[in-house]
Design a protein. Structure first.
Length: 355
């Protein structure tokens, strides 16, 4: 009889301990002051730590509700269904109030590649390059620089004019100065009109075509209405180019060109031209932003007696994006990186002008 009582008492203790152990996590969870979030990607990897170098310990389905327990860089420690682990912050959506409570600001890189420096100065050593679309928390600000933090804890400085903060992004969502704007994108020369001949023997008309197409594609994605004066290698009279601006009642006309000075092969840099005083604000805005994004030499905003801007009744500019007679600059302007930066600069100039 005594033996049976001991067995019964042991079973009761086991049941009680089991119940306590099962309730313990819930009790602890009720005292965790976590934020709510939603997983935005399907089969999202959940890792043992804040970074891709950590092991995958599970997966989360799209639209899963989670509690955000902790943040490290751009990684969140989340809990759902009595399971906790780390996920990339790029795939967790929070309400505006919750995002603000984390007191963390992220930036998204605008250009193809941005150099990260050890100090807030372009002359300081570089740490690495970061690519378009990535986001990082801002840990400090100094004048025209942001200090950002990587998932491994390292920190570095990026130029403020090359990136976009989350607050800037929210402002853009509220107002898009490019939306609905008709922008004439004029690729200089074409067909029998080759334009200048580069140091390597190529034609200007081909480089202007690449730049114009890249610019038009970006403008379209931003809600503008770009119109290309020519879409292939055909000759187009200057008066026909000007007619595009009037026909479409353009908000801006941008003529893309590249310069040449064979007698002075070391000459380089970017220059922007206007004819009428009313065109100068647009020329200045675009010129300043292109210099920022490309880092090219400044050949100033100048008066230019060019027909496509002289006879143009709409806001119009002509920009020379570099010297093809300079062997080094020719190689640079033909890179995808330069084309991305130059067109990004033109777009920023347009946004600034229309604001």
């Amino acid at each position: 009889m005594m033996k049976k009582r001991m067995i019964l008492l042991s079973l009761v203790i086991i049941v009680v301990l089991s119940t306590v152990l099962q309730l313990a996590p819930s009790s602890r969870e009720s005292h965790v002051y976590a934020e709510e979030g939603i997983i935005t990607a399907d089969d999202l990897n959940v890792r043992s730590g804040p970074g891709l170098e950590y092991d995958v310990i599970g997966q989360a389905s799209q639209n899963t509700s989670v509690q955000i327990l902790e943040q490290s860089g751009n990684w969140f420690k989340v809990q759902f269904q009595n399971f906790a682990g780390w996920v990339s912050g790029d795939y967790v959506r929070q309400s505006p109030e919750q995002s603000q409570s984390l007191e963390t600001l992220h930036i998204s890189v605008k250009d193809t590649e941005i150099v990260v420096h050890t100090e807030p100065s372009i002359t300081s050593p570089t740490i690495k390059k970061i690519s378009s679309g990535q986001t990082y928390p801002i840990t400090d600000k100094k004048k025209n620089w942001y200090q950002i933090q990587f998932t491994n804890g390292d920190r570095g400085w990026v130029a403020k004019w090359l990136v976009e903060s989350s607050s800037d992004r929210q402002d853009e969502e509220q107002t898009n100065p490019l939306k609905g704007k008709v922008i004439i994108v004029d690729a200089g020369h074409g067909g029998a009109d080759t334009g200048t001949i580069s140091a390597s023997g190529d034609y200007e008309k081909f480089v202007t075509t690449v730049t114009a197409r890249t610019l038009a594609n970006k403008l379209e994605t931003l809600g503008a209405r770009p119109v290309l004066t020519r879409t292939n290698d055909t000759f187009l009279p200057l008066e026909n180019r000007v007619a595009h601006a009037q026909t479409y009642q353009a908000h801006a006309f941008i003529s893309i060109h590249y310069n040449s000075s064979p007698q002075f092969p070391s000459v380089n840099g970017i220059g922007t031209y206007y004819y009428h005083d009313r065109q100068k604000p647009l020329a200045t805005s675009i010129h300043q932003e292109v210099l920022k994004t490309t880092g090219s030499s400044d050949r100033k905003v100048k008066f230019g007696n060019y027909m496509v801007i002289r006879e143009n009744q709409r806001p119009a500019v002509l920009i020379e994006l570099g010297f093809l007679s300079n062997q080094q600059e020719e190689a640079k302007v033909n890179t995808k990186s330069f084309q991305e930066k130059a067109t990004n600069g033109i777009i920023r100039g347009l946004r600034k002008y229309f604001k």
